[in-house]
Write a protein that binds this ligand. Structure first.
Ligand code: NAP
Length: 433
């Protein structure tokens, strides 16, 4: 494995921007854990945000948690505000890669991406908002390409597991994979679990602004991707999934959008057969379904008008029925939570003609990992950064705006994640070999 690339002109390999946020603090902790280990031992890094006081507190907390008092002196603090472009430029000029944890990205993301492109820093975020992700590709893709800068969005739980999970399933499939359904289950311990309300805010505004996403997609003017084998039809809005013994609903995150963009890239750039994809999430028994439908109805009703949105934003705990809180999950809740994403794929063995017959092979793979939002996400984001720094030869030839799958398809990201506690496994494969 290559060692971390160094740059004489840039003092830091990594700058964590938004380090004072709920997620940012865990990203800082994850970067700090990697210090002193293997090829990352020489990593130089800094933290950034708009409040020096808050950033220093984060460093203090991380230093205490990890019993590494030296962090307080060794890690530089950079003050930068999204509203002050010159402060962003100063930050970006110092970094090889910026890990952006400042969200919701629809409000705060674009100036950071622009500053990275203009100042030659690669960019990674944990955005789960398709409108922002696709908008960056549409409006800044060419600039990023011309500058040789890699802008890689959705490098958190949204949507590395789904995107890399499809690539893993394809690698393991002994034929041509044509369609995959994924189903996500999240298991909590006795203390339960929840998300921090910033993600809830992103969802509220994303829902309200869905028309803009449709507009962006029209602007791309993409031709439909070819479909090999039967078209994968979407399941109903609620169905019972025998495989997990729970009711399931379509997963409304960014996974489907990100996977579709990756499949398009791999088809257009590398002539790979596109995989059709649908994402679902398990929600539990019938009572959970009824509760979800009830809160989903209010969400749909209120997110459409500004007064409704302000109610949703100001009372996340009430309207999400405790799924999102302003305090975020406790340490115990995070420790007791884990996820499993199962991929059920189908396709054709060699010599089997998709235009003449039904798929004759099936595969089931899965990814298991710790609490998705604030344990898995920092691991995913930091390993995405490590891959970018260590394996430049395996990245796309030019810069640009990329999904994780399109940026990291030829890298060892999956192996890196396996070493950090995310398990990718094949559960079974049937049919002609
Ligand atoms: N992909 C995933 O699975 C995943 C998981 C977790 C989170 N996320 C996303 O990550 C984002 C952050 O979530 P969070 O829970 O950490 O939110 P948060 O606690 O509200 O943190 C937001 C961060 O942004 C900073 N910030 C806000 N306005 C700023 C400005 N003008 N200039 C500079 N910094 C500014 C805040 O600084 P102050 O502390 O100074 O206010 C804080 O550090 C959200 O978009 C969320 O959806 C994604």
């Amino acid at each position: 494995m290559a060692t971390v690339a160094t740059s004489s002109r840039r003092p830091y390999h990594v700058v964590v921007f938004g380090a004072s946020g709920f997620t940012g603090q865990y990203v800082v902790e994850e970067v700090a854990k990697r210090l002193g280990e293997g090829p990352e031992r020489n990593l130089k890094w800094a933290i950034a945000g708009r409040s020096r006081g808050k950033l220093e507190k984060v460093l203090q907390r991380v230093a205490n948690n990890l019993d590494k008092p030296e962090l307080k002196c060794a890690v530089e603090v950079i003050v930068a505000d999204v509203g002050q472009p010159e402060s962003l430029a100063i930050m970006c000029k110092q970094a090889v890669v910026v890990l952006n944890c400042v969200g919701p990205y629809r409000f705060y993301g674009e100036p950071v991406v622009k500053a990275c492109i203009e100042n030659g820093a690669h960019y990674i975020d944990i955005c789960g908002e398709p409108q922002f992700l696709e908008g960056m590709e549409l409006f800044l893709g060419r600039k990023a390409q011309e500058s040789g800068v890699y802008v890689i969005g959705s490098c958190g739980f949204d949507s590395i597991p789904a995107d890399m999970g499809i690539l893993y399933t394809r690698q393991q499939f002994k034929g041509t994979l044509t369609a995959v359904e994924s189903i996500l289950t999240v298991t909590t311990g006795p203390e339960g679990g929840c998300g921090h309300d910033a993600t809830w805010k992103s969802a509220v505004f994303g829902f309200a602004d869905a028309a803009k996403l449709r507009f962006f997609r029209q602007q791309f003017n993409h031709k439909p991707l070819p479909v090999l084998g039967p078209r994968l039809s979407k399941r109903g809005s609620v169905f019972f999934c025998k495989g997990i013994g729970q009711y399931a609903v379509p997963f409304v995150g960014s996974d489907a959008s990100v996977v579709r963009r990756t499949q398009r890239y791999l088809y257009e750039e590398h002539q790979q057969t596109p995989v059709q994809y649908c994402a679902y999430a398990g929600v539990g028994g019938l009572c959970s379904v009824l509760r979800l439908l009830w809160s989903g109805f209010f969400f749909w009703l209120l997110a459409k008008c500004s007064m409704g949105r302000s109610l949703l934003i100001n009372f996340p705990e009430f309207f999400s029925r405790g799924m999102f809180t302003t305090a975020g999950p406790t340490q115990k809740q995070m420790e007791g939570t884990s996820f499993c994403m199962t991929f059920c794929g189908e396709g054709y063995s060699k010599g089997h003609d998709p235009s003449q017959s039904k798929p004759n092979m099936k595969i089931t793979t899965e990814i298991r990992g710790p609490e998705p939002g604030y344990v898995a996400t920092p691991i995913l984001m930091v390993q995405a950064a490590m891959t970018l720094l260590n394996e430049p030869h395996a990245l796309p030839d030019r810069g640009g705006v990329f999904t994780p799958g399109s940026a990291f398809a030829r890298t060892s990201l999956i192996q890196r994640l396996q070493q950090r506690g995310l398990q990718f496994t094949v559960r079974g494969q049937q049919g002609a070999s």
